[in-house]
Design a protein around this ligand. Structure first.
Ligand SMILES: *[C@@H]1O[C@H](CO)[C@@H](O)[C@H](O)[C@H]1NC(C)=O
Ligand SMILES: *[C@@H]1O[C@H](CO)[C@@H](O)[C@H](O)[C@H]1NC(C)=O
Ligand SMILES: *[C@@H]1O[C@H](CO)[C@@H](O)[C@H](O)[C@H]1NC(C)=O
Ligand SMILES: *[C@@H]1O[C@H](CO)[C@@H](O)[C@H](O)[C@H]1NC(C)=O
Length: 414
């Protein structure tokens, strides 16, 4: 009897110990299991479900740990004895043939300067400037380019073109949308611009100073890094941006004189160009604009004599493309309904209602959205500045911006 009771005591102690062990085990098991929802090291990772074990990076949010890379400019230049030549602007083949005779950099068409690092638009802007400009460079390290712009459902195509066309030049894309929508977030979750998502920072614009808010999260931002911002339909010239990364002493802010395309790259507005913003350094933005990034694209700044800066592009060599109403007709109709504009001459429109067939007529006949301005035809093969490179190289994806499908003449012309 005594022994049994002792055993009972012992057994209950054992049971208690077992229970504790069991609880401890469960605790550790729960800790060790990878938790898919918690961000690790502040960066949002998506664990792939397959067995390959590769981590797939997604776009960043403000919770991410964003590091801007430091890149030496050395790799973009080639040293021919005493002349340093910009690789992508130099006719390397001809220089190798002339080896030992001529050590001057031999520039490719469209490139200028001693080291062939000045693209055409910049070369012309420098020549046209009243005050002489002494550009210096190349720098030891590239400036980083941070490109901030808004994306909504009306500007999705142009955002896609921008990111893909400038993806190797831009170091960080900051894409934002109003905090009342999550259209862009949905797109990013569905792999929008997947190839460059590691360079995309997604933020919601809650109305407070957007750049001031984001700036404190960019831990290794430098005063001479470049901030670029544009309106939703602007596509800045890629070569001009590359130049800004490598050289010093250019006047600020940088403005762009865009080629004014309408409905696609096949129509041009008779005004031909339109000036838009804007790029400057981090320190210029702080000192001259009090970190208010909207001033970079504001019409008041662009036309102000105080901020002369430098305008890239002229009537023959454009600083990029302004693609006005570059969308499908249904999307244009929706856009016009959402944003009443005074450009449209409503008296000319039956029942005061714009519909798909009205827009299709305009596209077919080359008439601007105001219903009266006649557009000029652009020619794909005769024109070096017809469309951005990425669009030309992906004509299957952006055929509707390259070919006027509503005009039978144009359609059979290709
Ligand atoms: C570099 O150029 C100098 C003259 O400018 C010449 O004497 C020298 O041989 C060249 N060096 C090489 C490695 O070709
Ligand atoms: C030079 O051209 C190559 C090939 O087109 C491209 O991958 C690279 O990014 C360019 N480099 C610069 C600095 O633009
Ligand atoms: C920034 O500038 C814009 C345009 O001038 C102005 O409307 C806005 O109030 C400014 N924002 C801040 C935070 O100062
Ligand atoms: C911008 O300002 C210029 C000069 O003040 C004016 O001609 C132009 O129409 C304005 N553009 C827009 C889009 O408001």
């Amino acid at each position: 009897m005594y022994i049994f009771r002792l055993n009972l005591k012992r057994i209950s102690v054992w049971i208690l110990i077992m229970c504790q062990m069991f609880l401890i085990l469960i605790y550790f098991y729960a800790q060790l299991r990878p938790n898919k929802r918690t961000p690790q090291y502040g960066i949002k990772f998506l664990k792939s479900e397959d067995d390959f074990g590769d981590l797939q990076t997604t776009y960043h949010t403000l919770k991410s740990n964003i590091i801007l890379k430091t890149v030496s400019t050395r790799q973009s230049y080639i040293d021919f004895n005493s002349s340093l030549c910009f690789k992508n602007g130099t006719d390397l083949a001809s220089m190798k043939i002339n080896q030992g005779i001529n050590w001057k950099c031999n520039c490719l068409p469209g490139w200028h300067g001693n080291d062939c690092g000045l693209p055409e638009v910049l070369w012309r802007a420098v020549l046209a400037n009243k005050k002489p400009i002494k550009i210096k460079g190349p720098r030891t390290f590239e400036r980083r380019v941070i490109y901030l712009f808004k994306v909504d459902k009306f500007s999705e195509y142009l955002a896609d073109i921008r990111i893909n066309d400038l993806g190797t030049v831009v170091d960080l894309f900051i894409l934002y949308e109003d905090d009342t929508t999550d259209y862009l977030q949905g797109k990013l979750d569905a792999n929008f611009c997947k190839e460059y998502q590691h360079k995309i920072l997604y933020v919601k614009n809650d109305g407070v100073n957007l750049w001031k808010k984001i700036k404190q999260y960019l831990k290794n931002l430098r005063n001479d890094d470049i901030i670029l911002s544009s309106e939703t339909n602007e596509l800045p010239n890629r070569d001009a941006l590359i130049f800004l990364k490598f050289y010093d002493h250019w006047p600020q802010p940088i403005k762009f004189r865009y080629r004014w395309s309408v409905f696609g790259f096949f129509w041009m507005h008779p005004g031909r160009t339109i000036t838009g913003g804007g790029a400057c350094t981090v320190s210029f933005l702080k000192e001259s604009f009090s970190n208010n990034i909207t001033l970079l694209t504001d019409n008041k700044t662009l036309s102000s004599p105080v901020y002369k800066g430098l305008t890239l592009g002229d009537l023959n060599h454009y600083g990029g493309w302004y693609c006005d109403y570059c969308n499908d007709p249904a999307n244009i109709v929706e856009f016009l309904a959402s944003k009443p504009t005074n450009v449209i001459n409503w008296d000319k429109i039956e029942h005061q209602k714009i519909d798909n067939s009205y827009i299709e007529d305009l596209i077919e006949n080359g008439v601007y959205i105001d219903g009266k301005t006649e557009l000029k035809k652009a020619h794909k093969y005769q024109d070096t500045y017809f469309a951005p490179k990425f669009v030309m190289e992906h004509d299957w994806k952006y055929d509707f911006l390259l070919i006027n499908f509503y005009s039978k003449a144009d359609y059979y012309d290709i």
